[in-house]
Design a protein around this ligand. Structure first.
Ligand code: BES
Ligand code: ZN
Ligand code: ZN
Length: 488
């Protein structure tokens, strides 16, 4: 992506298209920027009331003579209600039209919005643009054409870094989306390990360690090994270390669920629930993406990323419902349902972090339960935490990024549902409160470390294109965590 800037409107370069924002005025569309481009052309549809500046309204006009070949008028709706997320969304609308037309380079006018800080406006415009300018058509004969060059008009030298930063962040989001979208046959535990190794090659500040099966056996991560038993592929336990603030003892451990395919195991999923299960490594993809972003921005934080990874498959060696397995922490788990595998591999990773990494806080991200999708839909992640401070900080980050979280209760009484007659704990507590009992299961391995579990089973992929996300991998959660880390 080539990125250019123009301080003034008149100094801009020629391009295929100019994106112009409008809001909904009293009875006609009004420009949402100080510049007055192509007045005579723009006034035609506005006077005819063909374009009112409503949210979700977009119109393409052709220019007989001028620096641009086309204009894209895009509505932002009621200017008073406009927020950062709506700015991202109107950019997505314009970019989506550009993709449809195969437009190669665009000029973007930064809107003037009184009630939002200019830096935040620029940030949202850039994020909306970059997030929407993505495609995954590796497996399609007809490739879609993306915008390859952009000029942001109205951004002066001191604000360029805002755009550069948004670009780096979105590069991380692309990585996550590519991994989530990829075939399960390709995105294996080994492939995730290679992504981690590539990050450590690209960024000297990142160190990768990958444990294969023999080392995982030596370390007695038996829950990860149990889940792996039905798979023809070796498991992996991936560690990435980044020290951005050597003077500080503060240390965040970020753990991602890396189930590269979830068939359910012997508790086999029905086929209608299985065809999306290549995305069950979205937590792993997200934490790898976060590491990429943190390293590329050089954030002054200390971060360790852990990814326990395996397929959950069915075969003669599969682990068995009803049997008891031992976790890395020593606690034994009666496996009632082999489809509740995410919490098992996370339990080993969490115990590993608690025992060996002296974490200030643990964050885990996982496509853990279908129940969270029922509770919160696909735009809000479930947040479970034992720390008021983390809850507050994540809520703040949520507003800044448009990656919504809703705090869910770690309701102690429901722990009873996880009581086992034969082992220390069982891995499922029945159908009721499924997301809560899953989180409570994880909590028993956390001890008293400040911890948050984000259930991203709903938000990590979309069934259909929406806003600045296409169908499938969204990369949601990464911008949230980066914002959180930055504000520590
Ligand atoms: N990977 C699934 C959760 C999931 C469901 C993610 C739908 C994305 C979309 C997880 O491993 C699982 O199967 N959970 C079970 C738990 C149950 C057996 C207690 C579920 O949610 O049904
Ligand atoms: Zn499962
Ligand atoms: Zn799963």
């Amino acid at each position: 992506m080539k990125i250019f800037y123009s301080k003034s409107f008149n100094a801009r370069k020629n391009s295929d298209c100019l994106i112009i924002p409008f809001y909904e005025g009293k009875n006609k569309a009004e420009l949402a920027c100080d510049e007055k481009p192509y007045e005579s052309i723009i006034n035609i549809p506005i006077k005819a009331k063909d374009f009112l500046g409503r949210e979700d309204e977009v119109l393409i006009l052709y220019v007989p003579k001028g620096k641009e070949k086309r204009l894209i008028l895009v509505g932002v709706g009621n200017i008073k209600k406009l927020d950062m997320e709506e700015i991202r969304n109107y950019l997505a609308l314009a970019v989506s039209l550009c993709k449809e037309k195969g437009i190669d380079n665009v000029n973007i006018l930064i809107p003037q919005i009184k009630h939002i800080d200019k830096k935040d406006v620029i940030r949202s415009v850039a994020e909306g643009f970059f997030l929407a300018n993505y495609s995954f058509d590796k497996n399609k004969s007809k490739k879609s054409k993306l915008i390859s060059s952009v000029t942001f008009i109205g951004v002066d030298d001191k604000d360029k870094e805002i755009v550069e930063k948004a670009n780096k962040i979105c590069e991380g989001v692309y990585l996550i989306r590519d991994l989530v979208n990829g075939n399960a046959d390709d995105i294996t535990p080994d492939a995730l390990a290679n992504v981690a190794k590539d990050l450590s090659k690209k960024y000297t500040s990142v160190k990768a360690t990958v444990w294969k099966k023999d080392r995982i056996q030596k370390e007695k991560m038996d829950l990860l090994l149990s889940v792996n038993r039905g798979s023809a592929l070796e498991p992996a336990f991936i560690q990435l270390k980044y020290e951005g603030n050597k003077k500080s003892k503060d240390h965040t451990v970020l753990i991602g669920k890396g189930i590269t395919y979830d068939s359910g195991g012997l508790s086999l999923k029905p086929s209608t629930s299985m065809d999306t299960m290549r995305t069950d490594m979205a937590g792993a993809a997200t934490v790898l993406g976060v590491m990429k972003i943190v390293a590329s921005l050089g954030l002054k934080v200390n971060l360790t990323v852990l990814v326990p990874s395996t397929e959950n498959m069915i075969g003669p060696d599969s682990y068995k419902p009803g049997d008891t397995y031992q976790s890395y922490s020593g606690k034994t788990v009666e496996v009632i349902n082999t489809d509740a595998e995410g919490r098992l591999i996370l339990a080993d990773a969490i115990s590993y972090a608690v025992k060996n990494l002296n974490p200030t806080r643990i964050i885990d991200m996982a496509t853990l339960t279908g129940a969270i999708l029922v509770a919160l839909g696909d735009e809000i992640s479930g947040m479970f935490t034992n720390s008021e401070e983390i809850a507050q900080r994540l809520e703040d980050a949520s507003y800044a990024t448009g990656e919504w979280v809703c705090r869910m209760p770690l309701f102690e009484k429901y722990k009873e549902m996880l009581k086992s007659e034969i082992a220390d704990i069982k891995n499922v507590g029945g159908r009721d409160a499924g997301s809560i009992t899953a989180a409570l299961f994880l909590e028993t391995f956390v001890k008293d470390v400040p911890w948050v579990h984000l259930d991203i089973a709903g938000t990590s992929y979309f069934k259909k294109k929406k806003g600045y996300h296409l169908a499938f991998g969204t990369g949601m959660g990464a911008r949230l965590i980066v914002e959180f880390l930055e504000k520590l």
